[in-house]
Design a protein. Structure first.
Length: 344
């Protein structure tokens, strides 16, 4: 699916060349591809992906803040609608790394995400606002949304939490919108130079709705008020809700447990034992379980106490992959699973 180059840029490139030239994309059949997949919750829809290609051959002249001319790489944008994979909740698009053509286009970045399928579920005339977006940069250029973002090695696998945010604005005309409140800004930005797979799984906590109302009069001290799912109202001058506060309300954990520096050392990582009993390939008649946190991350060195079907008690700590010590098949299925208080 190939889009058209913006008319202004096409005209500029034509005038520079002085003769007709084919600036269209023409990916070769053997071009490497990057697969972008979005796992879409039932209340949301996958948005159209905005894909950009750049060329160092088909350049054009621009001017800096001082009015001085300089050469810029040519660029071409196109929209791609991700396709549903069978009857699943997965939507994907395959992007050619080499855009081909006379300009030798190369994939530069993609912008994609999710939005509410039916905003009026939250009231008449409610429209969709923002949030739930992702920007992935595949080269060293800034994206249309700003910088290159967080550097990622290899494939990019994202699983992010979101909350419905119903906001009312009054100044400049009444508007009511529903957005997706999540970690960071409207768009999460990443630079993935070697990625060939990008997987995005937004997790929507639809039972925890946040409401906000902007001031009706523009006056010092008039702030937007946020009503959180627990009923508490906060008006502290911030324009965006407190994501960690939302996480705390939902899980009962302290807010700083969700920061990168603290998460691994929080005393309660909401452990859970995966139900599958996995046979040990090198130890016939024995197997193990895997213990993960609430996000599905394996928990290394995590204490457990398991009571087997035969009444035997197994108490130890998991290995670096979250696996329990090998146990005989007679323990499966388990009678009881306990996680003693961790000593960190």
């Amino acid at each position: 699916m190939i889009g058209k180059m913006p008319i202004a840029l096409l005209s500029l490139l034509f005038s520079l060349s002085g003769c007709a030239k084919d600036y269209s994309l023409a990916p070769p059949a053997n071009s490497e591809q990057i697969t972008v997949t979005v796992k879409v919750p039932k209340e949301l829809v996958a948005e159209t992906m905005q894909v950009m290609y750049r060329s160092t051959l088909c350049t054009f002249t621009d001017r800096n803040a001082s009015g001085e001319p300089y050469q810029r790489d040519g660029y071409q944008s196109l929209d791609i609608q991700p396709l549903r994979r069978g009857q699943s909740d997965l939507y994907e698009a395959k992007l050619a790394v080499n855009g081909g053509g006379a300009c030798q286009w190369l994939l530069s970045n993609v912008i994609f995400g999710v939005a509410y399928a039916n905003p009026t579920h939250f009231g008449e005339n409610v429209t969709y606002g923002a949030g739930g977006g992702v920007v992935v940069v595949f080269d060293d250029n800034n994206s249309p949304r700003g910088k290159t973002g967080i550097e990622i090695e290899g494939d990019l696998i994202l699983k992010k939490e979101y909350y419905p945010w119903v906001s009312e604005s009054f100044i400049g005309g009444y508007r009511k919108r529903v957005s997706l409140a999540g970690e960071g800004d409207i768009y999460l930005s990443y630079q993935a130079l070697t990625a060939r797979k990008v997987h995005f799984e937004p997790v929507l906590h639809s039972d925890f709705v946040l409401y906000s109302a902007g001031p009706k009069v523009k006056k010092k001290g008039n702030y937007t008020s946020f009503t959180y799912p627990d009923g508490n109202v906060v008006a502290d001058g911030k324009w965006h809700p407190d994501f960690l506060r939302l996480q705390t309300i939902r899980t009962g954990r302290v807010a700083d447990c969700f920061t990168v520096g603290r998460y691994a050392n929080c005393p309660d990582r909401r452990p859970q034992l995966l139900p599958e009993w996995l046979p040990e390939p090198d130890k016939p008649g024995y197997g193990h379980y895997v213990i993960v946190d609430e996000w599905g991350n394996e928990l290394p060195s995590y204490g457990y106490r398991l009571v087997g079907q035969d009444g035997h008690i197994f108490q130890n700590r998991t290995d670096i992959k979250g696996r329990t010590k090998p146990m005989p098949v007679s323990t499966h299925p388990l009678r009881k699973v306990e996680f003693p208080v961790q000593a960190w």
